[in-house]
Each structure stands twice: as structure tokens, then as C-alpha cells.
Design a protein around this ligand. Structure first.
Ligand code: G4P
Length: 543
């Protein structure tokens, strides 16, 4: 048993070097490429292209490109870790499509900051907006990396205005690009006043970028960037110094100001310098709210919460993993912890972490780390694990209100059992919410989702993981409301399109097609109270 002081010291050191973040972006902005380069710098992979190659292969063999892509990314690399310059970094992967924004939100709950990746030519795209809003709800620091600067891009001042006008966030560029019309020559570093001018290399971005670093008026730099771009840079910098926001770490930490970087993930331009600044500015693991107040990461007792459940990650094993974010103390393989929601001690066995393609067993982990635990079906989203005599629960993870509904049934009725287990698994993962009509005797299964693409994922996963083909018939409902007090609403006066159902925990709900029907129900049934809060987010709110 280590001396308590040694552990406290060790805990402080491990905390100081941990950084845990997620990358959000519109599909195709270059998230896979950037992730790959970060892993490359960290030495987690040796040749960039391995993450990419896997993804491309998957595309090539599938008709379900969008789903495969979403699933491919989030399944194989839910959380990856690597080391760089003494830091221990955890990258959480988020799906790029807004239909999976609930999944993104859950992932962000486990992160301490987010990197928003933007395609320089496209600027802020629709899904960037949605995902950014999700980030903002979490109130975490956001760092912006403008990618694909090797191609003709938007004017960087226009991009700054776009961030402000469309997303409502001020930006503070720490990099400034040189050559944005397809003549990209490098980056000016505003903190050091140096230019990093790139030298073309033969590796096509498969390794670290080759660059010369010197002041802008150094003859070598002037020769590399040319007189026109030099003059342009001087003009831009003058404008920027007059008009831009100062770097204010407090405003960055509270999510009001985003440090902005430019580069090309594909060519490795600007990536390493981005990583360097990012690691300095982004916070180490932060405290988490619980029923006992904020749990500080340097609390010596272990605590963690489940933010993601994923079954069948490996079709050969059919296992189910519960991903936890460690919030305080030290994790050790095989340790016993108290599972608060299950109200019993559990042994934390088979912990795993993920590196590029591979899973690795974990012996020790610290606050900020993400690990996958073998889940025999006991964990639920938001569950708390802890050691020590103080029992508390971490703040619940809010559940998004479903907005799309469908009637789902197996085509082959003999497959009912597999169908049911698939539906209940997906529901426990938080991918779908299920409801049963009470006014029809068949116990009709209604599935609610936040984004319509989730229906495709449902069909696809039921088929590929449970061998069940389903009929899925979209329904006109747009809202679900829980009946407060739990009384059976069947006898109520409701519009003809409103239906009574029960959720998967047997609570009564009303399914409405429009807001007018909700108002009608409330106005015509005195005493009726409706909640738009799912019972799954007991202490949270429905978003
Ligand atoms: P995603 O995960 O955000 O969906 O994006 P991904 O990294 O897959 O990148 C999407 C496309 O953009 C890829 O091209 C990728 O090579 C390209 N890309 C990424 N970063 C840069 C960059 O800095 N500059 C340029 N010019 N392109 C970049 P693809 O044609 O879809 O795939 P591939 O054939 O290149 O593999």
C-alpha cells in the first residue's frame, strides 16, 4: 500500500499532465485526418494513413456509407489516448452528423474541452452549428482549427466574423495563414512573431511537416513566401492587432472566446503548433457536479461515471462495454468499487483503453482518463462508481426529447426474441427510446429518436447484430409528454391524433403530432400536468 502522501503527489502529477477533449466537425471537414496526425505526433501510430485506410476500406465494402462512417468512427475509436511532450491525452470521438447530437452531448459530458474543426473553404456548416450549440450547453472551452488551408479558402477575417455572427463566439487567432487563395505558404505565429514557412516534402503529409521558422523579414522567409504575400501579411496583422480580441484565458475557459488556428491536416501544416498551444491552454481534468457538490479531481477516493454504453463492438465477441470517465482518485485494474445506482459493490474487471486500431488492457488510470469496462448488463448511462465512505451520484446526463417516431416490428415473427433483445440493447445505449401503445392489444412497439438517421442505424444494427429484418413505418408524432402523477390518461379528452402509450419503464406518456394538441389536452382536462422530461434523466433535463 503506498503512503498517502506519495499517492497525493502522484495524483497531482498525473492530473497536471492529463488533457481530455473531443473534436466536433461537420462530416468531411477532416476530423479523421486531424486525429490521425495527432496520434502520429504522439507516436501512437507510425505512419499516418492507418486510421484513414481502415475507414476508406469500410466505405468501399458498404452501401451504408453514412451509417458505417458514423458507426465506424464512434465504434472503433470511442476514446483514444496518446502521449506528447509529457502530456497524457485522451481524445473522445464524436459523430459528425447532427442526428447524433445526443451522442455528441454525452461524449462532451466526459470531455474538458472541444476542438471545433472547420473546412476553410466552407466555413461554419449546418452541422457545425448544431454541434457547437451542444458544446455551448456544456459550457466547455472551444478551440477552433480551420483546416484545408492548402486549398483556396475563405478570407480569415470573414471566417472570424462567421464565428461571431453565426455561432455568437468571439475568436482570437493565434495563427495567421499566409496565402489563402490556394497559394498557402505557411503560418504566422502571433505569440512569437515568427513565420513557419513550409517546405514541400515527398511524404505527402505522411510524417511531420518540414518547415523553416524565422521572423517574417528574414531573407529565407521572404524568398519562400514572396513579396506579395509578405505585404498582405503585414496588412492583415495590422488590422488584426487593431480589431481582434486579446487572448484572455478566463474567457477561453468559460467558452466565450475561441482561440483560432489555421492549417492543413492532410499536409501536417500547423498541426503540431496547434497541438502545442492547445495543450497549454486547455484545462487539466475539471471537477464534476454531484449530489455531494463538486467532486474535485484530486480527491484521493476513486470516482467515475458511465457516459457511453456500446454493445457488439467486436462482432466476434458480442461483448458490451460501459465507458467511464474517471473523475477523481486512482483506478486500478480489478479494484472493487461501489456502484451507486445498483447499490452494490462491483469488481472493475477487464478495463480497456483504445489506441488507433487496438484495444489494450489498463492496469492504472487517473482522472480525465476514459476506459471501457466489461459490462455484464448492469450499468446504465450516467451511473456512478466510487470508493470511500461518502456515497454520492454524479449529475445525471440529460436526455434529448425524441422528435421522430416510428412503428417497428420484425418481418419474421419467429425472430421476436432477437428483435426484443436488440431493441432493449439499443435503448440502453441511449440510441433510441421505446414506447408501447396501450390502446391496442398487440402491444405495438413505437421507437422515438432525436435524428432520423438513427432509424437507419436501428434497422442496420438489428440486421447486422441480431439477424432481424424489420418493418419500420414512420408515424406523424413530433412530441412525447410524460403524464405527471402517473395516472392512466386513457379516459381523457384528447385530439383524434393523440395516442396514449407507456415508456420502457411503464410510465404513461402521450404522443402528440403538434403543439396545438398539447395545448388542447391541457386546456380540456383540468388537473392534467405533462412533463417533457424523460424519466431516464431523473436529475437532468430533457433537451
Ligand atoms: P471527416 O473525418 O471529418 O469526415 O474527414 P476526413 O478526415 O475523412 O477528410 C475528408 C476529406 O478531406 C478526405 O478526402 C481528406 O483527405 C480530405 N482532407 C482532410 N484534411 C485535408 C486538408 O488539410 N487539405 C485537403 N486538401 N484535404 C483534406 P477524401 O477525398 O474524402 O478521401 P481521401 O481519398 O483523401 O482519403
Amino acid at each position: 500500500m503506498p503512503q498517502p502522501n506519495t499517492t497525493a503527489q502522484e495524483l497531482r502529477e498525473e492530473l497536471a499532465r492529463r488533457r481530455t477533449f473531443a473534436i466536433i466537425s461537420h462530416p468531411d471537414a477532416g476530423k479523421t485526418t486531424l486525429t490521425e496526425k495527432l496520434l502520429l505526433y504522439g507516436g501512437a501510430i507510425h505512419l499516418a494513413g492507418s486510421v484513414k485506410a481502415r475507414k476508406t476500406n469500410r466505405h468501399a465494402v458498404s452501401d451504408w456509407m453514412e451509417i458505417e462512417k458514423q458507426r465506424g468512427i464512434s465504434v472503433t475509436s470511442s476514446a483514444m489516448q496518446f502521449h506528447y511532450n509529457g502530456y497524457h491525452i485522451n481524445i473522445l470521438d464524436t459523430p459528425g452528423h447532427q442526428d447524433f447530437s445526443e451522442d455528441t452531448y454525452r461524449t462532451l459530458v466526459a470531455a474538458d474541452s472541444a476542438v471545433m474543426l472547420i473546412d476553410g473553404a466552407r466555413g461554419v456548416e449546418p452541422q457545425t452549428i448544431k454541434l457547437f450549440e451542444v458544446c455551448r450547453m456544456r459550457g466547455i472551452p472551444i478551440f477552433t482549427f480551420v483546416n484545408k488551408m492548402d486549398r483556396a479558402a475563405k478570407n480569415p477575417f470573414d471566417l472570424m466574423s462567421e464565428l461571431e455572427e453565426v455561432l455568437g463566439i468571439h475568436s482570437c487567432p493565434l495563427h495567421w495563414p499566409i496565402g489563402v487563395d490556394g497559394d498557402f505558404k505557411g503560418i504566422y505565429h502571433r505569440d512569437t512573431g515568427m513565420v513557419e514557412a513550409y517546405l514541400p516534402d515527398e511524404s505527402h503529409g505522411m510524417s511531420r511537416a518540414n518547415a523553416v521558422i524565422a521572423p517574417p523579414d528574414d531573407p529565407q522567409i521572404r524568398a519562400l513566401i514572396g513579396g506579395y504575400l509578405y505585404d498582405q501579411l503585414m496588412e492583415d496583422l495590422e488590422l488584426l492587432d487593431g480589431a481582434g480580441d486579446e487572448l484572455d484565458i478566463q474567457r477561453v475557459r468559460s467558452g466565450e472566446l475561441t482561440p483560432m488556428f489555421f492549417g492543413s491536416a492532410m499536409n501536417s501544416f500547423g498541426v503540431e503548433s496547434f497541438l502545442h498551444h492547445f495543450l497549454e491552454l486547455t484545462p487539466p481534468p475539471t471537477g464534476r457536479n454531484s449530489t455531494a457538490g463538486v467532486i474535485a479531481p484530486d480527491n484521493p477516493e476513486f470516482s467515475a461515471f458511465v457516459f457511453k454504453i456500446q454493445a457488439n463492438m467486436n462482432p466476434a465477441h458480442r461483448d458490451r462495454l460501459a465507458f467511464i470517465r474517471i473523475c477523481s482518485g486512482k483506478f486500478e485494474k480489478g479494484m472493487d468499487a461501489f456502484h451507486v445506482q445498483g447499490n452494490k459493490e462491483v469488481r472493475l474487471t477487464q478495463p480497456q483503453q483504445f489506441m488507433a486500431q487496438d484495444r489494450e488492457s489498463v492496469d492504472v488510470a487517473w482522472p480525465g482518463d476514459i476506459i471501457g469496462l466489461f459490462d455484464p448488463g448492469i450499468y446504465h448511462l450516467g451511473d456512478t462508481l466510487l470508493t470511500g465512505s461518502q456515497h454520492f451520484a454524479f449529475e445525471g446526463i440529460p436526455v434529448f426529447a425524441p422528435e421522430h417516431f416510428a412503428r417497428v416490428a420484425p418481418i419474421d415473427t419467429m425472430k421476436r426474441k432477437q428483435f426484443n433483445s436488440g431493441i432493449s440493447q439499443l435503448s440502453e445505449e441511449g440510441a433510441i427510446q421505446t414506447f408501447h401503445r396501450v390502446d391496442v392489444s398487440t402491444g405495438e412497439q413505437i421507437v422515438g429518436v432525436v435524428g432520423v438517421l438513427q432509424f437507419e442505424v436501428l434497422e442496420y444494427r438489428l440486421k447486422s447484430e441480431y439477424g432481424v429484418d424489420v418493418k419500420l413505418e414512420r408515424l406523424g408524432f413530433r412530441f412525447v409528454r410524460w403524464v405527471k402523477g402517473g395516472a392512466d390518461p386513457s379516459g381523457l379528452s384528447l385530439t383524434s391524433t393523440t395516442r396514449v402509450a407507456k415508456d420502457d419503464e411503464g410510465r404513461f406518456v402521450l404522443l402528440f403530432e403538434n403543439e396545438w394538441s398539447i395545448r388542447w389536452a391541457l386546456e380540456n382536462n383540468s388537473g392534467l400536468e405533462l412533463a417533457d422530461i424523460s424519466p431516464r434523466s431523473a436529475e437532468g433535463e430533457t433537451l
